[in-house]
Design a binder for this molecule. Structure first.
Ligand code: AMP
Length: 402
């Protein structure tokens, strides 16, 4: 029986992969190919099943085809090759699925064409995702390949949350609406949070705070997303590592008319040189906390702006949901930065939100509660696992046909 699923996350210059055995959700291997197209590409492979050590080598990997062949070679060396009859499917992360893809989808030529059609709304991500899919299909044409979309979980948002208040005809013509991203993580974490509370997803309302280098919040009612902070692109919403998040759109006209900047320059400014890095020069929360401890005022202000925005979203989503059972922190910052979690809920006792200092400071690998015993709203740290979620969704779609 075929019970293995390979998960591929294909970026513009990197490919990350994990191989799962879905009988027990175990990870058999993980690896990445970085700096594709350069002379010093890196191939790192870890044979997890054998408890093996990571193998690493550098050298030119010309393109995605060469990268996937390098991955296939590494897997084959551990007896886990792509030609194994035990491989049930390949699951691909695809960033933008538009309105059309509300579910994981088995890839065919038509699906590829549709992902290509969405490139104008996801110019940074969809081309690389598509290259990964096409290359993998060429390697194993007979194997089911499944696209799992970052936007899919958010397609349940009502029109009142998904539409911008701009001219409807213009919006529709250019497919301008709020799509949301990190959906695979929001789906996984909202379910895992329900699990932690010992309830079914349908029974709980959760605010999920995915705080990584990119960051987004979502309001999840009974397992379905009803609002999220990212919009047409991942630029909207929270203050992020390098992205501004929410801002008066007139800042853009001002920078064009008065600052003489081009659309591309402003795009780079807002996506790459703003957020924490724009405010204080660092986007790593560890470094920012270290600087704050040394009395650095710029780092302190960057932290305060980050927290202020986060708090506003917690309040907004509390109002959207009406009743909140849990607030879940996840991703690099959310899982590791206790001071961020503490500051985000400080002063919200009136809303039933608080963290227990000792629980918040304790480290741990799995999902855990950090709110005081008997709190009205659970506050939790729930590590995300997007690869596992992609594998689960992929296997659910194709595994039953095995
Ligand atoms: P992600 O995008 O989910 O991989 O998150 C990456 C970010 O997590 C980094 O840029 C750091 O800001 C943050 N991070 C990772 N580890 C820690 C930590 N121990 N303490 C604070 N922040 C952390």
């Amino acid at each position: 029986m075929s019970t293995r699923v390979l998960v591929l996350n294909s970026g513009s210059s990197s490919v990350k992969y994990q191989l799962f055995d879905m009988r027990d959700n175990s990870r058999l291997a993980a690896g990445l190919v970085e700096r594709i197209g350069e002379r010093t590409s890196l191939v790192r492979h870890t044979p997890l099943a054998a408890g093996g050590r990571a193998r690493e080598r550098t050298g030119p990997v010309a393109d995605h085809d060469a990268a996937l062949k390098a991955m296939a070679g590494e897997l084959a060396a551990d007896g886990l090759g792509l030609d194994s009859p035990e491989l049930a499917a390949i699951g691909h992360r695809v960033v933008h699925g538009g309105k059309r893809f509300t579910e994981p989808t088995v890839v065919d030529d038509r699906v590829c064409a549709e992902i290509e059609r969405l490139i104008p709304v996801a110019p940074l991500h969809n081309p690389a995702n598509l290259t990964g899919i096409r290359t993998a299909r060429a390697l194993r044409p007979d194997l089911p390949q499944v696209a799992v979309f970052d936007t899919a979980f958010h397609t349940t948002m009502p029109e009142s949350a998904a539409r911008y208040a701009i001219d409807v005809k213009t919006a529709d013509e250019h497919r301008i609406r709020r799509y949301g991203f990190h959906g695979t993580s929001h789906a996984y974490v909202s379910r895992a949070t329900a699990d932690l509370l010992g309830k079914a997803p349908e029974e709980v309302n959760v605010i999920v705070l995915h705080l990584g280098n990119g960051a987004s919040a979502s309001a999840v009612r009974g397992g379905r997303c009803v609002d999220t902070s990212m919009g047409l692109t991942p630029l909207e919403g929270l203050v992020m590592g390098t992205r501004s998040g929410d801002m008066d759109p007139a800042v853009i006209f001002h920078l064009m008319r008065v600052g003489g900047m081009s659309a591309d320059e402003i795009d780079t400014l807002l996506n790459k040189k703003s957020g924490l890095v724009g405010l204080c020069g660092d986007n790593d929360m560890r470094e920012i906390r270290r600087r704050i401890d040394e009395g650095d005022e710029r780092a302190k202000l960057a932290f305060d702006i980050y927290i202020h925005r986060l708090k506003k979203y917690i309040g907004a989503y509390y109002a959207v949901l009406g009743r909140v059972d849990a607030v879940a922190f996840t991703a690099g910052v959310g899982e590791n930065a206790a001071p961020v979690r503490e500051a985000a809920v400080a002063g919200l006792e009136g809303m039933g939100l608080a963290v227990d200092a000792e629980r918040n400071a304790a480290r741990g690998d799995g999902p855990r509660l950090i709110s005081p015993e008997g709190a009205r709203v659970a506050v939790a740290v729930v590590p995300t696992d997007e690869e596992m979620e992609i594998a689960t969704q992929t296997y659910a779609l194709v595994g039953k046909n095995n």
